[in-house]
Design a protein. Structure first.
Length: 553
């Protein structure tokens, strides 16, 4: 995860719902304590402000606990149920308070207040605007309790409304507009409620941070950075400036006109400064983005260059291998030619010991030739120079030819050798020489890595594909090596490999040839039990070729 440049700001925003809940609980408890101990100052928060009624205290505690329970999106069913239940009395108390001025009080709050030690007749009535804020909080809690609703924008809008209810009252109080904070004369919203509602509103907004404006504020990109930087001063500045202007005006330092001008000038300057700061931040972010883009472009170019170089190097290597093996092949064929001349006794009679030595020379030379051929094929494929010669071929014929080449090796090791042919025979359109080369490779390996038991080759058809499975009861291949056996020059470090020699290219060549023909080779094996390599190649011809119209001659 990428760290933002403002980890602390976003961390604080994440913790806001929890903090708001705890604040509401504490505020509510202080208010209740104030009433029950008969200390009205506690219910005012700051002397001079209206006291919070007892009901507000209880409501704050309930709201705090309810929000605390569902402040995380992963709150369980029980927590959500409990939270929703706690919001019910909040809504009820608020609705009654809103209804009271209209229907007339039906409950003797004064008596209730005095019973818990309250100051009777003072402020037992919950102001309508406070009640409205708490009612909204109950509704917000409910939206947070329902999974689908909590993922909508509803909580955010309701949270905003809660915040504004508190903020509006605070502004009214600061500017002395009594209608704003005391819509019913003599019943002002308490400072506790103003602050609690603002915090609860913000808490609700940030309880689900993945959509709407909370997502924007949490955003790690330039948008979020900008919003986090601009929003607090945008809210606080007019408030503070307006208030300061008003205080000086009230103190008689200057008149209304001067106050308004002072307010206008300060706000203009402040906002100009903020806009410039924002613009600079955007400019910096954009420059950063361009730098990153430039770097990526550069990295891409470097990677492309490396690829081209690697391809060139690979081609050079393949060319080198091809030339080398070709150059080795020529003298080797000469050696084999002269060996034959000597063995046939054309250049003079040879004794049995010489004959045996000549046969060893022949075997070694043939082995060497096989290796060179393998390298040659590999480098041709690597260089993309291997060509395909398609023909219609009898599948069984290909398999028999390959089997005949390897059967003597199996005999030598006293292994069973089984060939299952297609019945009825089928034809395929493919490069028969390459298919034979693949089968011989697999059969040679099977014999090489099997000490007792049987080696078999079985042909089958599947759709338009021919499947040729070469099975052995040999040493097997460890699970973790199953993929590696197809890697060039890879060999299991084991006695059989060392004894048998080989290049580690056989399977590489086999797989590449199979892919060249549009098919593939797969392997299944279990250690100590045996191995099955399966070649799958497309190109199975129709069993009954369409009759060719014969033209009379
Ligand atoms: P080479 O046979 O020349 O060593 P290959 O590419 O044909 O190279 O095989 C790579 C390795 O895969 C072999 O060295 C061997 O360890 C393993 N392998 C191939 N075929 C078998 C088999 N039938 N049973 C067990 N191991 C095998």
């Amino acid at each position: 995860m990428e760290r933002s440049h403002h980890p602390r700001t976003t961390d604080v925003l994440t913790k806001l719902p929890g903090f708001a809940s705890l604040f509401a609980i504490a505020a509510g408890l202080i208010v209740i304590l104030g009433w029950s101990l008969g200390l009205p100052e506690l219910t005012r928060m700051i002397p001079g402000f209206a006291p919070a009624p007892l009901r507000a205290g209880a409501t704050m505690v309930l709201c705090g606990v309810a929000l605390w329970l569902v402040r995380d999106a992963d709150a369980g069913t029980f927590r959500r149920f409990l939270s929703a239940s706690l919001a019910v009395p909040v809504a009820a108390v608020s609705l009654i308070a809103i209804g009271e001025p209209i229907t007339g009080s039906t409950i003797d709050w004064a008596r209730l207040g005095s019973r818990v030690g309250g100051v009777p007749g003072l402020t037992e009535t919950l102001p309508v605007n406070s009640a409205w804020g708490y009612l909204l909080t109950a509704v917000a809690v409910w939206t947070l309790c329902f999974r689908t609703l909590s993922r909508s924008r509803a909580p955010q809008w309701i949270g905003l409304a809660i915040f504004l209810t508190g903020f509006f009252a605070l502004v009214g109080r600061a500017f002395g507009v009594s209608a704003f904070y005391s819509p019913m004369p003599g019943l002002p919203m308490s400072l506790w409620t103003m602050v609690t509602l603002q915090l609860l509103g913000v808490g609700v907004v940030f309880a689900r941070r993945w959509f709407g404006f909370s997502a924007l504020l949490m955003d790690k990109g330039p948008g979020g950075k900008l919003a986090r930087r601009l929003l607090p001063p945008a809210i606080a500045m007019p408030f503070v400036v307006g208030w300061t202007a008003l205080i000086f005006e009230r103190a008689g330092v200057y008149g209304t006109e001067v106050g308004s001008s002072f307010f206008a000038v300060t706000i203009v300057l402040a906002f100009t400064w903020m806009v410039m700061r924002a613009a600079r931040a955007v400019q910096r972010a954009d420059a950063e983005r361009l730098a990153v883009l430039g770097r990526e472009q550069h990295e891409r170019e470097v990677a492309e260059l490396a690829l081209v170089t690697a391809e060139k190097a690979s081609l050079a290597k393949s060319d080198f291998l091809a030339v080398m093996s070709h150059e080795l092949r020529t003298p080797l064929t000469a050696i084999m030619g002269y060996e034959e001349l000597l063995a046939d006794g054309i250049t003079g009679p040879i004794n049995p010991q010489q004959a045996q030595q000549l046969s060893r020379i022949k075997a070694s030379a043939q082995h060497l030739l096989g290796l060179i051929d393998e390298i040659l094929t590999f480098s041709r494929i690597e260089a993309g120079r291997e060509t395909i010669r398609l023909e219609i071929a009898d599948v069984n014929r290909i398999i028999e030819d390959s089997a005949n080449l390897v059967a003597p090796l199996a005999d030598e090791k006293k292994l069973g050798f089984v060939v299952h042919l297609l019945d009825p025979p089928r034809f395929m359109r493919t490069d028969a020489v390459k298919v034979r080369q693949m089968i011989v490779n697999l059969l040679t390996n099977a014999v090489k890595f099997t000490e007792t038991g049987t080696v078999s080759v079985r042909a089958a058809t599947s759709g338009q594909n021919v499947e040729i499975a070469v099975h052995d009861t040999g040493i097997g291949i460890a699970e973790e090596n199953l993929d590696k056996v197809f890697d060039p020059f890879w060999q299991v470090e084991q006695k059989a490999t060392r004894r048998a020699g080989g290049t580690g290219l056989g399977l590489t060549v086999t797989r590449r040839l199979a892919r060249l023909l549009g098919g593939d080779v797969s392997v299944q094996s279990s250690m100590g039990e045996g191995t099955t390599f399966t070649i799958t190649i497309p190109g199975l011809a129709n069993p009954t070729p369409p009759a060719v119209p014969t033209t009379p001659t």
